[in-house]
Design a protein around this ligand. Structure first.
Ligand code: PLP
Length: 255
């Protein structure tokens, strides 16, 4: 059976982000996706209307059900919703130190809607930082996680908090023509990639990127190889993204 990524992520009914993005991206990476669902959200490509988080007991029961069943090589987390779910995931990862783990520190939807209480999520994420093979913050999340505005200092702070590797995604920076991502491993900058900025807003781009990386790690890519493969793939699926009839954020066409 294909190497499996177990995703802790929420349902987005629009299919642009969340667990559907994870399933599609991981499938495209060549791996198999399994899901422990963290929350049911109410949203479309324009806004988040609300969500109901899964209890931490139910979340862990979903994850435990597939541990003996599937060849899990990597865990990926996106929206976790509550501090209880973050603590449950930290316990799960501590019990499975052989799994790679990609932490996408989701705080808000790209549309700006709340996916949990930001202050409590930020505090709880500190438990997950030392457990991750790779953390994939955008610059808004990086500043929120560390409380530091300067990007270099904020990145170094994540390493002080125990990070192993960090991919800083520059899509939210004021660079109208390009996006620059920077990959750090053990606090050293190991690669920088710049791509031309595509027009418009995209729903689920962060989920797609982190999941594709997780899929490649599950298939034994190095961190740098996995990130390079995922960035190339993401640019293509964003380039062919489809616009919803409402004019909301574009939905990546992942296959
Ligand atoms: N997870 C869920 C369930 C979401 O609904 C969203 C955004 O709407 C995200 C994660 C983060 O999405 P993005 O990849 O756009 O940052």
């Amino acid at each position: 059976m294909r190497a499996t990524v177990l995703c802790f992520s929420g349902l987005d009914p629009s299919g642009g982000a969340g667990l559907q993005a994870d399933i599609e991206a991981i499938g495209q990476s060549g791996a198999h996706a399994a899901i422990a669902c963290t929350a049911l959200t109410i949203q479309n490509s324009q806004q988040v209307f609300g969500f109901e988080a899964t209890s931490s007991q139910l979340l862990l029961a979903q994850a435990q059900a597939v541990v003996q069943d599937l060849p899990i090589k990597c865990v990926k987390s996106g929206m976790l919703g509550t501090t209880e779910n973050i603590t449950a995931l930290a316990e799960f990862l501590t019990a499975h130190p052989d799994y790679h783990y990609v932490l996408d520190p989701v705080l808000v939807a790209n549309s700006g809607g709340s996916l949990g209480d930001q202050a409590t999520l930020v505090a709880a994420f500190q438990q997950l930082i030392p457990l991750a093979t790779l953390i994939t913050p955008n610059t808004v999340e990086l500043r929120a996680l560390t409380g530091i505005n300067d990007l270099d200092a904020a990145t170094q702070k994540l390493f002080e908090l125990g990070a192993n590797a960090v991919l800083v995604k520059g899509g939210h920076e004021a660079t109208p023509d390009y996006i620059r991502n920077a990959l750090y491993i053990h606090a050293e900058l190991v690669s920088e990639t710049t791509c031309s900025r595509l027009d418009g807003e995209y729903h689920g781009s962060g989920c797609s990127l982190a999941s594709y990386i997780a899929g490649r790690l599950a298939q034994n890519d190095s961190i740098q190889q996995a990130v390079n493969h995922a960035e190339t793939w993401l640019w293509t699926v964003l380039k062919q993204a489809e616009s919803p009839v409402s004019g909301g954020q574009k939905i990546p066409k992942r296959f």
